[in-house]
Ligand binder design. Structure first.
Ligand SMILES: Cc1ncc(C[n+]2csc(CCOP(=O)(O)OP(=O)(O)O)c2C)c(N)n1
Length: 379
């Protein structure tokens, strides 16, 4: 990824006037992150840049302890779910494609926590995390990706085409960039209906290249659609480095060309993601039009499948196109662990309660048995 200077750009936390808050004061928030040694522009007063028009308020103040705990629980669900798929596959119990979302959990959870139940999301080929964060049923998902008739789409869709309209999930999608067009189309529909719903379309760093994004962004700007495009910049398109594809380092600059406001955020920081997403969502809901949010992050596994991975071990190693060192550097920034440490530092959770949540998520009580936590998992 690029230098820390462009992470958290535009985040107001370090520069805003402090107000007391119900659960997590921004002061203690920043302090506790400092205490755990998290370093990025967002957390260093000198480095926090208030970008174009970003409001000086923060939406974090409204988060209750229950909401923060629910966010942690959802991140764990995504992590353990994806780990289950990997371990299942390596045991030979799963046939099909899976693009794992491990390492990117903070984005789906941060964004979806800021949405209302009747808002929409349009997802990608790497969409399990989006579905779980929007409330998707783990049993139906597992049945779908293992091609059972009891699955979300009767087993015909598999991992790439899970849809749940009752939850506002417009579907995963194997066509790179199409999520943006579907999302903008749904946002146009919202304008026609006159409701206050919004649409988030997720997409990878590859999703902004083609005509899908261009059409979506152009229409969204032109009609001031309630559309938020979340670009999950995990540094690679299959095995090609982002920097070998684009002449710009911060992909969000593309938004400028359409007259759309753009934000960059540390995609491994669930609270930073929530904050910028909430801002964009509230803006869209009140008729302020679209926003593009670029989240800088990293995927721990191969583009798809399980090459380089082992049962009981997190991450895929020995992939020719990236170094193990680079992977390890990103694993240190594990979004799940980082959020757990924050919750402990803020005394929102005790160690014991945090462990209980891990058990609640992975044991059958949650509906689907998830695998034992592995060496680098957040316990
Ligand atoms: C329109 C289209 N072109 C090419 C492909 C082949 N393809 C599948 S995934 C992928 C890379 C996607 O990278 P990115 O958008 O960054 O998402 P990531 O996989 O990194 O999450 C490509 C090119 C496709 N599925 N659809």
């Amino acid at each position: 990824m690029s230098s820390g200077d462009d992470v958290g750009q535009g985040h107001p936390a370090a520069s805003a006037v402090q107000e007391p808050r119900t659960i997590v004061s921004r002061r203690t928030f920043v302090q506790s992150l400092g205490a755990i040694g998290v370093g990025s522009a967002f957390f260093s007063p000198g480095g926090s840049k208030q970008a174009r028009g970003q409001p000086a308020s923060t939406y974090l103040d409204s988060l209750s302890a229950e909401q923060l705990t629910a966010m942690y629980t959802d991140m764990l669900k995504v992590r353990l779910w994806e780990t289950k798929i990997k371990d299942l596959a390596l045991r030979g119990g799963f046939r099909g494609v899976a693009h794992l979302y491990v390492g990117e959990e903070a984005i789906a959870v941060g964004v979806c926590s800021a949405l209302k139940p009747d808002d929409y999301i349009a997802s990608t080929h790497r969409g399990h995390g989006h579905l779980i964060a929007k409330g998707g049923d783990l049993n139906l998902m597992l049945a779908e990706i293992t091609h059972k008739a009891t699955g979300y789409c009767k087993g015909y869709g598999g991992s790439l085409h899970i849809t749940d309209m009752s939850l506002g999930i417009l579907g995963m999608n194997g066509i790179v960039g199409a999520s943006h067009l579907l999302g903008a189309g749904a946002a146009y529909g919202i304008n026609v209906k006159g409701t206050d719903q919004v649409v988030v379309s997720f997409g990878g760093d590859g999703s902004i290249q083609g005509s899908f994004f261009t059409s979506a962004a152009n229409s969204a700007a032109n009609y001031k659609l309630p559309w938020i495009s979340v670009i999950e910049n995990n540094q690679y398109q299959i095995w090609v480095r982002c920097s070998e594809v684009y002449g710009i380092k911060d992909l969000v600059r593309r938004a400028d060309g359409y007259g759309i406001e753009g934000r960059i955020v540390d995609g491994n920081d669930v609270l930073a993601v929530y904050d910028v997403a909430k801002y964009a969502i509230e803006k869209a809901r009140s008729g302020g039009g679209p926003t593009v949010i670029e989240c800088k992050t990293y995927r721990w596994y191969d583009h798809y499948g399980f090459r380089g991975s082992r049962r009981g071990v997190d991450g895929a190693y020995g992939l020719g196109y990236r170094s193990d060192r680079e992977l390890r550097e990103w694993m240190v920034k594990d979004p799940v662990r980082r959020f757990r440490r924050f919750l402990l530092n803020e005394k929102i959770l005790t160690d014991e309660r945090a462990d209980e949540i891990v058990d609640e998520v992975r044991l059958p009580r949650s509906g689907v048995e998830l695998p034992l936590v592995t060496a680098t998992s957040p316990r």
